[in-house]
Design a protein around this ligand. Structure first.
Ligand code: ADP
Ligand code: MG
Length: 910
């Protein structure tokens, strides 16, 4: 059944070639006990390895069941070793970290038996060699003879046809040797046993046939055998292989056996993971902190879009270029007298930078369901409507005060404001508290302001006094809102001028809370004339009328910004709620002028004429009508505009006033001069007799054509829900704010010419730098992270490599038992998988300890309780997976090198 034909095998080391086997031909019977006898180095082991398929012959052929093995694949050899061959070595070659039972089971694992079958079979094999009581011991707890019995049990467990024993008693004393030889003799009863020995006595005593080997050549054979008739057919090809679970179990035992070392390896491998975990935890903590700060910041700084917006950037650039020009010219030195045009240019650029925003279209865009909602924070959108009113109050001396004008002859309020565009000076000390989509007073307001006394407004007529963060008011504001009298203010100023020590007056909450104001809406200034048209009263109504007709307000509480370094989002000193806006809207829209205008959309209620003249006749008629109704002052001005290009007029003009002065004729004290002007007569004369129809049409176009319904309503102070004066959009994070900017950009891309929205992003100026710093930090951290990952991978590679070196012998044994190259790779991959999971777990565990400590230090030593490093469970899983992947990848190359190990060399390694 086994036949060697002219087998030759030689080893070449350097330029020396050693013929280990030289033309060996030998046949074996199915059942005999053959001893291969020969001195050391005669080629016995080589012969045995070739027979067992561990080593490959150079030339000749090995016939198994009459079948040539010349074309055997690796897999065929693995199967052959696993099922047909049982190896017994001089040095036992047991796997030290596996129990006796498992060492035997290992040979079965490569087959396809169930777990319980494997156990039963292995136990039976061990009982047969007399080790039934020792199956749970580790090999190093056994004597040499016992270990060799385990090896024999392992060789027998698969019930192979051939047992190959390489000096099985070489390491044993004579008594134990005898017992082992007895055992082998027993085994040889029903199979082929080929034993290598250099002990002739043993050979003679136990074997049935002795083959002498010398320098790779057979010198004697006591019972030669020649196969006459070859058996037909292929050897049974059963599958040989190790399942991944087997490899995992094997690895687990090995790692468990070396617990301390495994932990140390896992710890070393986990350093990278700890690094990442800590960076992650800190980044988490810091970004959470930044998010909080963002929310705080963005709560007070919404993106504000005003109906009229100044392009600040062009303004800033202009300032720079002017100061550069100034310096250049100054440095050139004098050559001649230069006229500077800077001021003129500045004015031109300022006007060019002023943009009208169509907030009506933009508001409807905001309210449409178009994705922009995602860019809006929890404080929502706040719409402010222009309230046209004048506000009055009484100071402590019962002096009746117009809040807008009481300080006019002194310096204006110093209150800092970005708002270049608020040209309406009426009601300037009254501003609306930001509302949100579902609250009259936005939660943001209650977040950013403390109620220091009284109540938040709960009704339309309640307002709050807003103090500066140091609970003070500017004196100008205090006078304007009637808290301090004008004379107290003047006294204060003269004290300061005299250099004496000054002390501002103080007011108790009682003096403030309950203070009353009277709003007089602009619409109330229009009264109906006998001709059914409306006219605006030049004079303000008296105190009693304002008190009875106006809207009465009362201070209900005092608030101040929580943060001392910011004035807060709402301009003071008095703030009302959106409830008042609603009431104001009611009052105004119910006023007779607004009512009549809204019922007569085509007719200008101020003139009784249609907004748009139908034809030239109507235009001329309206133009003439307009000129006839001008005041004297206006007539003089109109004269210069439409008539005064003749000599007579110029001459006459010089008599009364020059043209420059006339253009400024608004002040009352010059009115008398105008009354006497001969130009008025000339003008009337022109209108009545000289002006042509075309002149009147010209007047219509110049003066009347621009009037329209919307302008009138605006002038009356009527409020349209869809026409806010400004829009505040709140976001919760910088990301969201960017999203918002993108959305507005999208809107602008689609908007028709002139409908684009311009706005100044004050927070943007502040935050882009923060965002870029965070990005840079993130990149640096990612850099560190990747370095530590690479280090981890390399280290695991080295450790696996060492482990492979260390376990060379084990690899050899497994290969001898029939494990394939792939199986050995799998084993090391499985081992690295376990190490990876362990190092991930160790890393996460250590990280948690460090994070816990770090948080304590951050909170108690650095006093930053708002920053907490933390690691979420998703990160934990990700890190363990990462550690595992890195470890497996790091160990892949050495694991593959293990597979490439030649089993013979591996077995020879001690
Ligand atoms: P034995 O088992 O009879 O002592 P071996 O079969 O181990 O002898 O070795 C036979 C010869 O082949 C020896 O001279 C040995 O030095 C040589 N030899 C065996 N294996 C190798 C090898 N891997 N490389 C080089 N020479 C080897
Ligand atoms: Mg040998």
């Amino acid at each position: 059944m086994l036949e060697l034909k002219n087998i030759a095998k030689s080893y070449t080391t350097g330029n020396f070639t050693q013929k280990a086997l030289d033309d060996v031909s030998l046949s074996f019977r199915q059942n005999e006990f053959v001893s291969i006898l020969g001195p050391s180095g005669s080629g016995k082991t080589t012969l045995l390895n070739i027979i067992g398929g561990l080593d490959q012959y150079d030339s000749g052929d090995l016939l198994i069941d009459g079948q040539s093995t010349k074309d055997y694949s690796n897999r065929d050899w693995d199967t052959y070793r696993n099922y047909s061959i049982g190896f017994v070595f001089q040095s036992y070659n047991l796997i030290p970290h596996q129990s006796v039972l498992n060492n035997v089971i290992l040979a079965l694992k490569l087959g396809g038996l169930s777990k319980s079958e494997q156990k039963t079979k292995a136990t039976k094999a061990l009982e047969e060699v007399g080790l039934g009581d020792h199956i749970h011991k580790k090999p190093n707890q056994l004597s040499g003879g016992q270990m060799q019995r385990v090896a024999i049990a392992r060789a027998l467990v698969n019930d192979p046809e051939i047992i190959l024993a390489d000096e099985p008693t070489g390491a044993l004393d004579s008594k134990t040797s005898t017992a082992i030889m007895d055992l082998l003799q027993q085994v040889a009863k029903d199979r082929l046993v080929i034993m290598v020995t250099h002990d002739p006595e043993l050979a003679h005593n136990y074997s049935t046939r002795i083959v002498q080997l010398h320098d790779g050549v057979i010198t004697a054979d006591s019972d030669p055998y020649e196969i006459k008739q070859h058996l037909a057919g292929n050897p049974p090809k059963k599958q040989s292989g190790m399942s991944f679970l087997t490899a995992l179990g094997l690895s687990f035992n090995n790692l468990w056996d070396k617990k301390a070392r495994t932990l140390l390896t896992a710890f070393a491998g986990s350093i990278g993971i700890i690094g990442i975990a800590l960076i992650l935890a800190l980044t988490n903590g810091v970004s959470q902190y930044i998010t909080d700060v963002q929310e705080d910041t963005l709560a007070s700084y919404p993106l504000t879009i005003n109906s009229e917006e100044m392009d600040i950037s062009s303004f800033v650039n202009m300032g720079e270029s002017f100061s550069k020009e100034f310096e250049e010219e100054a440095n050139k030195g004098f050559s001649d007298v230069r006229i500077s045009t800077m001021g003129l240019e500045a004015e031109q650029q300022f006007n060019a930078g002023l943009q009208e925003n169509d907030l009506k279209s933009f508001k409807s865009f905001l309210e449409k369901d178009n994705g922009i909602q995602e860019a809006i924070g929890k404080n929502g959108v706040n719409y402010t409507y222009p309230l046209k009113f004048k506000a009055f109050t009484e100071d402590e001396d019962n002096q009746w005060i117009d809040t807008d004008t009481v300080m006019d002859d002194d310096k204006q309020s110093n209150q800092f404001s970005f708002d270049f565009t608020n040209q309406d000076e009426n009601g300037k000390y009254f501003n609306q508290l930001t509302s949100s989509s579902d609250a009259v007073i936005s939660p943001m307001i209650k977040d950013t302001y403390d109620l220091v006394d009284g109540q938040w407004p709960s009704q339309a007529n309640q307002v709050v006094l807003i103090l500066l963060p140091d609970y003070s008011l500017l004196p100008e504001d205090a006078v304007s809102i009637g808290l301090m009298t004008k004379s107290e203010y003047d006294d204060l100023n003269s004290t300061i001028d005299s250099g004496d020590e000054v002390k501002g007056p103080r007011y108790s909450s009682d003096e403030v809370i309950g203070h009353k104001y009277y709003l007089y809406p602009e619409a109330m200034n229009y009264t109906k004339q006998s001709n059914q048209t409306f006219e605006r009263e030049d004079e303000l109504p008296n105190k009693d009328k304002i008190k009875s007709d106006g809207i009465e307000l009362e201070i209900s509480g005092i608030i101040a910004p929580k943060e001392t370094d910011s004035a807060g989002p709402v301009r003071g000193p008095i703030a009302y709620t959106s409830d008042l806006t609603d009431e104001f809207k009611q009052v105004t829209n119910n006023s007779s002028v607004v009512k009549q205008q809204s019922e007569n959309v085509d007719t200008n209620v101020l003139t009784g004429l249609p907004f748009e003249a139908k034809d030239d006749n109507e235009k001329a008629e309206q133009g003439k009508d307009y000129l006839e109704n001008l005041t004297d002052t206006e007539k003089v001005m109109a004269y210069f505009k439409y008539v005064g290009d003749n000599e007579e007029a110029n001459h006459t003009a010089n008599d009364s006033a020059n043209a420059m002065d006339l253009s400024m004729l608004q002040a009352d004290d010059e009115e008398d001069d105008v009354k006497n002007s001969p130009l008025i007569g000339l003008f009337d004369e022109w209108v009545d007799n000289q002006a042509s129809k075309d002149d009147f049409i010209q007047v219509y176009h110049d003066e009347l054509a621009d009037y329209n319904y919307e302008d009138n309503m605006k002038n009356f102070g009527a409020i349209h829900d869809d026409q806010p004066e400004s829009i505040d959009i709140y976001t919760d994070s910088f990301d969201q704010k960017d999203q918002l900017s993108d959305a507005i950009e999208r809107y602008n891309d689609e908007a028709k010419d002139g409908k684009e929205i311009t706005y100044t992003d004050f927070v943007g100026l502040l935050t882009t730098s923060i965002a870029s710093i965070i990005n840079v930090i993130a990149y640096v951290l990612i850099g560190f992270v990747s370095i530590s990952l690479i280090v981890s991978a390399i280290m695991i590679g080295i450790i696996t490599y060492i482990s492979v070196q260390e376990r060379t012998k084990e690899i050899g044994v497994l290969r001898a038992l029939g494990a394939s190259k792939r199986n050995t790779t799998t084993m090391f991959v499985a081992e690295n998988l376990l190490i990876g999971i362990t190092s991930g777990a160790v890393g996460v565990g250590i990280s948690y300890l460090v994070i816990f400590t770090a948080n304590y230090v951050i909170h108690h030593v650095f006093n930053h309780p708002e920053i907490s490093a933390y690691l979420g469970w998703k990160a934990v899983i990700a890190l363990i997976v990462l550690a595992t992947i890195i470890t497996v990848i790091g160990g892949l190359y050495p694991a593959r090198s293990a597979a490439k190990k030649d089993p013979v060399t591996a077995l020879r390694t001690e």
